[in-house]
Design a protein around this ligand. Structure first.
Ligand code: HAM
Length: 423
């Protein structure tokens, strides 16, 4: 084994035995997204590195420490660490602002961050996300709708016990006032902060609020934060979002230290956590980003809000007993000898073309072991083909549930058999 090539750290194979749960999640997400009027968009897995630097911020951990940049002759590109920046890039490039007043996109796909891998934290992971983008489209009801959409997807996936935290960063000016306030309150305690946070104090003070170091967490807890750094208008907006959430009967907590790790946010931000996840407990997060389109060269008035849910984390929080949605295989063809194989092969091929799922083993195996395999695969029937069947133009179909057998004629280019399965 020592010289065998293994999977890169922080990535995972999604095995056939696990795929049914992924399908359930994707199916439910698509269903709910489309109920809310969102349409799917697919953007490339890599983009110009400056797209991420400009949107997420050069001081964000995602850009500073985790961006997976391509090297050599592919320099200048990076694997996408998230979906929002790419979607705004596509929105601008495809002139959506000229076509519709509000564009509602959703996406499901792999994202890449060069993080230190641990449970629930991968280097390649998957997100389900939504973004609503449009000229002067800010509205507290849209913010509430976006949060409701995220919660409804979790609900549809059977995930219980999630906690929603919300906060408001206000306008860029309010955000600046917030960072001043933070610096003022932290100034006397900087020596107690971890080394990273001492640097963050000047470069990006908000990051201190997310620091996981015990000492920094203690200091953050002692801060006296409210929403007073927000302008009157921003406060009003935030109150209206909260009222709309109450109308929708969505429970939430206002968390004054919730600032999010990416630079593009303004006004409403939110995070959904779930205790079932352990230390990496964020199931998903999002918020409003009213300046991003303009910062990336789009129209000044394009405003937006969105979220992304981590699929691996959702799967960890989903009930394990979720019923399989993959259909059981309808039939397994068992040829009793090599001479019976060509007929079996023709039968299984014809049935598949007619939309009947079937399989056949080509290796030499006893009837008993082939029956055992059919049982393991959850096959509904087996088709037995021996010398008598072949010579007399019929096959024996055995029902796995009760062991009953029937002789089914093989005539008219297998039509009789196809009809038998279709009835
Ligand atoms: P984010 O908070 O960076 O936001 O990621 C959203 C979710 O993706 C996290 O809550 C988590 O469930 C999952 N996630 C992030 N990193 C990892 C990882 N290394 N391993 C496993 N899961 C992970 C965003 O990405 C924003 N684009 C959300 C957004 C959309 N804001 C506005 N629109």
């Amino acid at each position: 084994m020592s010289n065998s090539i293994t999977i890169p750290r922080g990535t995972a194979d999604i095995l056939p035995s696990e795929i049914a749960r992924w399908h359930i999640l994707e199916f439910q997400a698509r269903r709910v997204m489309e109920l809310y009027g969102y349409r799917e968009i697919r953007t490339p897995a890599f983009e110009d590195v400056h797209l991420f630097k400009r949107s997420l911020g050069v001081t964000s951990d995602v850009v500073n420490k985790q961006l997976m940049e391509l090297s050599a002759d592919k320099a200048g590109f990076a694997l996408r660490p998230e979906g929002t920046a790419s979607i705004v890039r596509s929105y601008i490039e495809n002139h959506f602002d000229k076509k519709e007043s509000l564009s509602k996109f959703y996406y499901i796909g792999a994202m890449f961050r060069g993080e230190r891998p641990q449970k629930g934290r991968l280097r390649q992971f998957h997100q389900i996300g939504a973004e609503a983008i449009g000229p002067t489209s800010s509205h507290p009801l849209l913010d509430a709708e976006m949060i409701a959409l995220a919660m409804e997807i979790l609900d549809a996936a059977g995930i219980k016990g999630s906690v929603l935290k919300i906060n408001s960063l206000g306008t860029p000016e309010d955000k600046e006032a917030f960072s001043q306030l933070l610096r003022k309150q932290l100034a006397a305690q900087t020596s107690g902060l971890c080394e990273d946070c001492q640097n963050r104090f000047e470069r990006n003070v908000f990051r201190i609020l997310d620091c996981k170091t015990e000492a920094c967490r203690k200091i953050v807890k002692s801060l006296n934060l409210s929403i007073e750094h927000l302008s009157q208008d921003s406060q009003k907006y935030f109150q209206s979002v909260q009222e709309a959430l109450r109308t929708l009967k969505i429970d939430f907590q206002v968390a004054p230290t919730l600032v999010r790790g990416l630079d593009y946010y303004t006004h409403t931000v939110f995070e959904i956590s779930n205790a079932a996840l352990g230390s990496q407990d964020a199931l998903g997060a999002g918020g409003r980003y009213n300046r991003l389109a303009a910062d990336l060269g789009g129209s000044e008035n394009v405003e937006a809000i969105g979220f992304a849910l981590g699929m691996e984390r959702m799967l960890l929080a989903m009930p394990t007993s979720t019923e399989e949605i993959s259909e059981p295989i309808q039939t397994i063809v068992i040829a009793l000898s090599r001479d019976d194989q060509p007929l079996g092969f023709e039968i299984v091929s014809t049935l598949r073309r007619a939309g009947i799922s079937g399989d056949m083993g080509y290796q030499k195996a006893s009837m008993k072991s082939q029956m055992r395999l059919a049982d393991k695969l959850g096959a509904q029937t087996v088709i037995l083909i021996g010398e008598d069947e072949r010579k007399n133009g019929y096959v024996t179909v055995k029902r796995m549930a009760d062991g009953t057998q029937e002789k089914v004629p093989v005539k008219d280019h297998f039509k009789t058999l196809v009809d038998y399965f279709k009835k």
